[in-house]
Ligand binder design. Structure first.
Ligand code: NOJ
Length: 573
């Protein structure tokens, strides 16, 4: 009898056990900038391996790593020339295996960045396609365009513009045709209307699954398919100019409304196909779920469609760019509350929400929202229901580094030209991780790193923040620790906004209340009035570094003092 009870308890525990990715805490590593093990000034795989313990210590379940496959590095790996090889500056396949082994030992899953929309023009597939060698002839999107007798120039088939400015079509002398590139000239788009491309990319997915990765972050998903040629006109239609005058320069991507090149129905089906592959693989192995994360800057409705269509499943983590792209340092508590509602209301049943405010393509949190709000926003991301995603360095409040135009290496920054590069370059958010106060912040022994280390590194680094009594990192670590609690894993979520202060409660066995003051001035908040069932006194769990509220202080719940731009988490006592 007793044995039966034990078995039943065990089975309940087993079935209710959290899968590694559920409400997962994810970290993004930009490999060139995380840790350099060989002194060449560029981060690498061995470097990452030496820092996996750190990821464990700060409470991560998984890390997605920006591309590590072989590449001429014109877009730093987002221009892949061999999906089966590791880029030598990052290391070897053995280094990658060692990284996976260590990650497994620590219980951290490694998620690879999969860039399926385009390859590098140095990829053999492209070289063969240019020469019309089968089966690669139709691996890319080739078009004749027109020949202008007067100027003796080949003109592109239509007005499409690439994300990095200028025409999305490039003439190939070899093939005597234009190829499509929705990003750089060196990033030709693959042709997903060709089943052989489908097959080739599915093979890539399976190859890395077999190596033992925990899943994929899929790059530039909305761009996968374009409209087909119009059968009556025989042309590929132009895109209309975007309404308003926000983007007057006709060479800028945002000048056009991308009705023919983004979010086509086939794209969603393709994501669902990849989901089938990872699901089948996980099922066959019978051990754990491999996951997909998708990068799509698109409407909320489209992002939500990447989760699945009710019949087929898609991405586990369609990055929540709704809050990310539409908020800034002027956003109010009400704005954030609306972003939260719109995601939670629209997401399908049986999926997890996700919250992300930083990545390698956007200015750092500190630059976009102001340094004062760092902890407050980390509190938000870590305490809302669902997955949390953190861009390396945001846990210590890293800042955008200054890079001159002459030193700019990001192709988007270079194409923007000296007058506008500061607006568009992505170099500033990619500076080396600030580990400690030694040479190059402990990132590298090189005299020059690929991007400069931010000058404040002597005071602001992982090591000093671990030693400090109170620091961004300490706040972050407290958050990732309490996040394991049932209240955050599966607790209720109740929210209220007043006076530009966002307040919410997460409750299961214990009641946690999060208070985020979006004002510059302090506010005294009566959480007892908002949540009458909360105890008369509450204990401070954590608060922004600039707050006087100390961890462990017991305070009255009818008058919680919160300084401007400060976040506080309290728990009922
Ligand atoms: C999105 C990636 O995040 C970005 O860094 C890259 O430049 C483009 N896709 C092209 O792959």
């Amino acid at each position: 009898m007793q044995a039966l009870i034990i078995l039943a308890t065990f089975l309940v525990a087993l079935t209710s056990a959290r899968e590694w990715w559920e409400n997962g805490n994810f970290y993004q590593i930009y490999p060139r900038s995380f840790m350099d093990s060989n002194g060449d000034g560029i981060g690498d795989l061995r470097g990452i391996t030496t820092k996996l313990r750190y990821l464990k210590k700060i409470g991560m379940d998984g890390a997605w790593i920006s591309p590590i496959f072989q590449s001429p590095m014109e877009d730093f790996g987002y221009d892949c020339s061999d999906y089966y090889a590791i880029q030598p500056e990052f290391g070897t396949i053995d280094d990658f295996q060692a990284l996976l082994d260590k990650a497994n030992e620590l219980g951290i899953k490694i998620i690879l960045d999969f860039v399926p929309n385009h390859t590098s023009n140095k990829h053999n597939w492209f070289k063969m396609s240019e020469q019309r060698i089968d089966p690669y002839t139709d691996f890319y999107i080739w078009e004749n365009g027109t020949y202008d007798e007067a100027s003796g120039k080949h003109l592109p088939p239509n007005n499409w513009i690439c994300s990095f400015r200028y025409s999305a079509w490039e003439w190939s002398d070899k093939r005597q045709q234009f190829y499509l590139h929705q990003f750089g000239v060196f990033q030709p788009d693959l042709n997903y209307r060709n089943p052989a491309v489908h097959q080739a990319m599915a093979d890539v997915v399976r190859f890395w699954l077999n190596k033992g990765v925990g899943g994929f972050r899929i790059d530039a998903v909305p761009f996968m398919y374009e409209v087909s040629r119009d059968p009556t006109t025989g042309k590929i239609p132009d895109e209309p100019v975007a309404e308003g005058n926000a983007c007057p320069d006709p060479d800028d991507w945002c000048h056009l409304k991308h009705i023919h090149t983004q979010d086509r129905n086939e794209t969603f089906e393709l994501v669902y196909d990849w989901r089938d592959i990872v699901d089948k693989f996980s099922k066959d192995k019978g051990d754990y779920q491999r996951i997909l994360m998708t990068e799509a800057y698109t409407s909320l409705d489209n992002i939500i469609r990447y989760y699945g269509n009710g019949v087929r499943n898609g991405s586990h983590v369609p990055f929540n760019f709704e809050m990310f792209s539409n908020s800034n340092n002027k956003s109010t508590a009400q704005d954030f509350s609306n972003f939260i509602d719109s995601w939670l209301e629209r997401m399908p049943k049986d999926v997890y929400a996700n919250w992300v405010l930083g990545n390698h393509d956007n200015n750092r949190i500190s630059a976009r929202y102001g340094t004062a709000k760092i902890d407050m926003l980390n509190i938000l991301v870590q305490t809302l229901p669902g997955h949390a995603v953190t861009y390396y360095g945001d846990e210590i409040g890293m800042k955008n580094v200054y890079v001159s135009y002459e030193e700019t290496v990001d192709p988007q920054g270079i194409n923007a030209g000296p007058d506008r590069y500061r607006q568009l370059s992505r170099d500033p958010e990619r500076s080396p991780m600030q580990w400690d106060w030694t040479h190059q912040s402990g990132f590298s022994t090189a005299n020059k790193t690929w991007l400069p280390v931010y000058e404040n590194y002597k005071n602001e680094n992982v090591f000093s923040q671990l030693l400090a009594k109170k620091s961004h990192l300490k706040v972050f670590m407290t958050l990732t620790e309490i996040r394991k609690n049932a209240s955050f894993q599966k607790g209720s979520f109740e929210k209220s906004v007043a006076d530009n202060v966002l307040v919410y409660k997460r409750e299961q066995d214990e009641a946690y209340v999060v208070i985020l003051n979006f004002n510059d001035e302090p506010k005294t908040v009566n959480i007892k009035e908002i949540f009458p069932a909360i105890s008369n006194q509450v204990k401070v769990v954590t608060s922004s570094v600039q707050s006087e509220q100390r961890e462990g202080n017991v305070i009255n719940s009818d008058a919680v003092f919160v300084e401007g731009n400060v976040g506080i988490v309290v728990v009922g006592v």
